[in-house]
Design a binder for this molecule. Structure first.
Ligand code: SER
Length: 252
């Protein structure tokens, strides 16, 4: 499937499930604490934070992003980019963990036909609710649900303060032969075996500048699926640079 088709199918899937389709915001945000728009949630930060009341309960976007926090990986791995497009669905006090997990699985497996046995997930260390949802509601085998610490499964805030929370990541297994070696840490490893294609953030905390966390008044969902990475999965190629998004540039 070409990337353009994936972009269209994603937005239509969530539009058909009561999400308003919102255009990508500019790469340079109005937020004075951020140089670039680095995630789909940036344009919704004040709503997720509870500073602005939501005008809609659900939204979906394809957001142009520029991210430098993992720039040391760009050019070294098969999957990292500085500029990329992030497909996302958002709930502002509407559905939460169960809805986000169910919708993601329905899209990946039901709509796109990604084989279930190539997918693994990670959850935040003590997030028993997410673990149980993956195991019991989705029926994922326990050995493909990994608990990882905050360096992997906690998202945000962007900038010095703001909404954040534990997350659950979905990985596509590109094959054991692509692992970095026999001691590969699996989904916790940055090597080329597991491609993190989708991050589901359960945004329920306000990170304050003094380092403390306070519960948000509303629990929200912020998800981000990599258009380039998921295109690589659907096109059966080993790196994002071989997808139809990059191939013409590489060839030129
Ligand atoms: N904000 C999360 C991320 O950028 C999910 O969209 O990964």
């Amino acid at each position: 499937m070409q990337a353009g088709e994936l972009r269209k199918r994603y937005l239509e899937f969530f539009r058909d499930r009561d999400h308003a389709v919102v255009p990508s915001a500019p790469l340079v945000p109005k937020d004075p604490t951020l140089l670039f728009t680095s995630a789909g949630m940036v344009q919704f930060k004040d709503v997720l934070w509870g500073r602005t009341p939501p005008s809609i309960p659900r939204a979906t976007t394809c957001q142009k992003c520029f991210r430098t926090t993992d720039i040391e990986n760009v050019g070294r791995t098969a999957f990292h980019n500085t500029f990329f497009e992030m497909l996302g669905n958002f709930s502002f006090g509407d559905y939460f963990k169960e809805g986000a997990i169910r919708l993601a699985w329905e899209f990946l497996v039901g709509e796109l036909g990604v084989p279930e046995d190539r997918l693994s997930v990670s959850v935040y260390l003590d997030d028993d609710e997410a673990f149980t949802l993956w195991r019991d509601s989705i029926g994922g085998p326990e050995d493909r649900i990994t608990r990882l610490g905050a360096e992997h499964n906690w998202w945000g805030p962007v900038g010095d303060s703001g909404p954040c929370g534990p997350d659950s990541e979905i990985f596509f297994d590109t094959g054991a032969d692509r692992a970095c070696g026999p001691d590969c840490a699996g989904v916790g490893c940055d090597c080329n075996r597991y491609s993190e294609i989708w991050n589901l953030v359960f945004m329920e905390f306000d990170a304050r500048e003094d380092g403390t966390l306070a519960p948000l008044g509303r629990k929200n969902i912020d998800t981000g699926m990599g258009l380039e990475r998921t295109s690589a999965v659907l096109q059966g190629v080993e790196t994002v640079f071989e997808t139809d998004l990059f191939r013409p540039i590489v060839e030129a």
